[in-house]
Design a protein around this ligand. Structure first.
Ligand SMILES: *Cc1c(COP(=O)(O)O)cnc(C)c1O
Length: 460
């Protein structure tokens, strides 16, 4: 933790406290000697973690919150506002409204109804709940690469769920979707812009075109990928999908994934503010201080951390959502790192890569071997070996159909349903690009160590 951070925090805390200094003093009780010992133990217990904030952590979808988010969150915690009602947090509710409007503006939505949530799961639950209220009993459809939460949420809501197959690049298969729209009673299609496993982007623009023939609602799950709409280095196909977002009915984005926020910050937006009517409820004890909208009147969750809204608002002031700005450049940098790693992997005889480059900033690959089972065993060995050398990757069980069939000897057509253990790297941190040589050297050394492939002529 830097000196600068603590200094900024204590100066702003003083200003905050001054606002309440007219009250009779009510000093906080001393923490006592035990507190120091307990916090030391906490610090030691927290060593039992991967070093998520370091660029050599290049595994799962984990990105450290920005220091300004941490500082603003801590500051707000001394008030601990509850954004359920204006009675519980006036300033933080106003900041939530502004922060959510900034997210809507990023997607070029001229109007919206929306709010923050505890995360992407709850935001998606609200989107599908509203969808179910509009067309009761009709099915939710999502691709086999969509987050598993959608089928589970459909069960919670008592709505039928239909799985749409994905193609070899992990995008929703349009022909399959069209067939399902013609034969099943589908009310809502969940379009994932940035799947959790491989960052694939469903062709939203082409799915929208199907609305000329069929009537259905479109919910965009951009919990992971939403912020990439600001990136200038997407492929034309991916760009077209993001550019179609203004025509969707609802969208979910997770500021706690790519938006530099601590956990507990998802966001749901509806294009038609009139869906607010479904949230209507009477509470005999909640809303008294104002006739203005209380966020609890348009949210399924009741108590929510106002500190999340304050942290998001502060981060947006420092790093606004402008194309070409510092925040957008951070996303572009991670994507360049992913393309760079993919290229190195593709050139190396040690590894097997999918036929298409990453669509966002997630890369997956598997070690070269004669069969998928042998590749899987090597993937696990490399995962362990790189970890010993402080490079942390992730493992993922992915369909062999994501790779071309000639990557393994004798892979029969029937095996195309099979899976292979892959190494996976989510290059979410802007610094990953600068650290790519280090990452590659450690990965390469691990591959050489566990490999049986003779690549002695290959340059490292
Ligand atoms: C992470 C994710 C979710 C779930 O969001 P949480 O914030 O983890 O609850 C849903 N959909 C997609 C595409 C995701 O990446």
């Amino acid at each position: 933790m830097s000196e600068e951070f603590l200094k900024l925090l204590s100066a702003s805390q003083r200003t905050l406290d001054e606002g309440f200094s007219h009250l009779p003093p009510n000093p906080a009780p001393s923490l006592g000697e035990a507190a120091s010992a307990i916090l030391q133990r906490v610090a030691e217990r927290l060593h039992d973690n991967y070093p998520y904030a370091h660029p050599l952590y290049a595994g799962q979808m984990l990105k450290p919150p920005h220091p300004i988010a941490r500082a603003a969150y801590s500051l707000a915690m001394s008030i601990n506002p509850n954004n359920h009602a204006l009675d519980g947090g006036r300033a933080s509710s106003a900041m939530e409204v502004e922060a959510v409007a900034a997210v809507a503006k990023m997607f070029d939505w001229p109007q919206h109804l929306g709010h923050l949530s505890s995360g992407g799961t709850f935001a998606n639950l609200e989107a599908l709940w509203v969808a179910g209220q509009l067309v009761p009993g009709k099915a939710i459809a999502a691709s086999d690469q969509a987050h598993y939460t959608h089928s589970r949420i459909s069960t919670v809501l008592g709505l039928p769920f239909v799985t749409v197959p994905s193609d070899a690049t992990g995008r929703m298969d349009l022909t399959a979707l069209e067939h399902l729209l013609a034969t099943e009673n589908i009310g809502t299609v969940v379009v994932t812009l940035g799947t959790t496993a491989i960052g694939s982007v469903d062709p939203l623009d082409q799915i929208l075109a199907l609305r000329k023939k069929f009537s259905f609602r479109i919910h965009v799950d951009a919990a992971y990928g939403g912020y990439f709409t600001l990136a200038a280095n997407l492929s034309p196909k991916t760009r077209s999908a993001f550019d179609a977002i203004p025509h969707a009915d609802s969208i979910v984005i997770d500021p706690h994934k790519h938006g530099l926020q601590p956990y507990g910050c998802g966001c749901i937006l509806f294009r038609d503010p009139a869906v607010g009517r479904f949230y209507k409820h009477d509470s005999p004890y909640t809303y008294f201080s104002s006739k203005d909208l209380h966020l609890g009147e348009i949210s399924l969750e009741c108590s929510r951390a106002g500190a999340s809204a304050v942290a998001l608002w502060a981060t947006q002031q420092l790093l606004p959502y402008t194309p070409g700005g510092a925040f957008a450049q951070g996303l572009e940098s991670g994507r360049n790192a992913a393309l760079n790693l993919y290229e190195r992997l593709t050139k190396s005889a040690h590894f097997v890569t999918p036929s298409a480059p990453p669509q966002l900033d997630i890369v997956f690959w598997t070690p070269s071997a004669s069969t998928p089972d042998a590749s899987s065993a090597l993937a696990e060995a490399i995962f362990d070996e790189t970890a010993k050398n402080d490079l942390h990757l992730a493992l993922a069980q992915l369909p062999t159909r994501f790779f071309s069939r000639d990557k393994w000897e004798n892979l029969a057509i029937s095996d195309q349903k099979s899976t292979v253990t892959c190494l996976r790297s989510v290059l979410m941190k802007p610094e990953h690009l600068l650290w790519l040589d280090h990452i590659w050297q450690r990965l390469y050394a691990a591959a050489v160590k566990v490999s049986t492939v003779n690549t002695s002529i290959e340059p490292a």
